[in-house]
Design a protein around this ligand. Structure first.
Ligand code: TYC
Length: 102
């Protein structure tokens, strides 16, 4: 019985340079109801910020209306947005999170 042989052909490395994947900022938006501590916890848990970084980003959102939590490829950014919104809704907070191409 014949078995299929592996094709050991070596391909020359392609010289075509691929563009880096587009990156997306994940942003938090301010509102009047979500507690500051809750936002700090979100930044620590979902965006791996330390307490000081998380406080700084939260205060920027609070005073300026929006702030960047991180920069990610599209699929990871979309997952973060969905996770943050789901977590906020579970706790009955109106926190809004969005992504925007860098
Ligand atoms: N403005 C909110 C308050 O005074 C705090 C807050 C910060 C809410 C950042 C959302 O993305 C946000 N409790």
């Amino acid at each position: 019985m014949k078995t299929k042989q592996r094709d050991d052909t070596l391909l020359a490395p392609s010289k075509v340079k691929l563009a880096p994947p587009p990156m997306y900022k994940v942003l938090l938006l301010n509102d009047d109801y979500t507690p500051m501590d809750f936002v700090v916890t979100i930044l620590q848990h979902f965006f791996r910020k330390n307490h000081e970084q998380a406080q700084r980003i939260m205060l920027k959102v609070h005073t300026e209306g929006r702030g960047v939590c991180g920069l990610y490829p599209a699929d990871i950014a979309a997952t973060k947005v969905a996770q943050v919104i789901a977590y906020a809704r579970q706790h009955q907070h109106p926190l809004q999170c969005m992504m925007e191409e860098d």
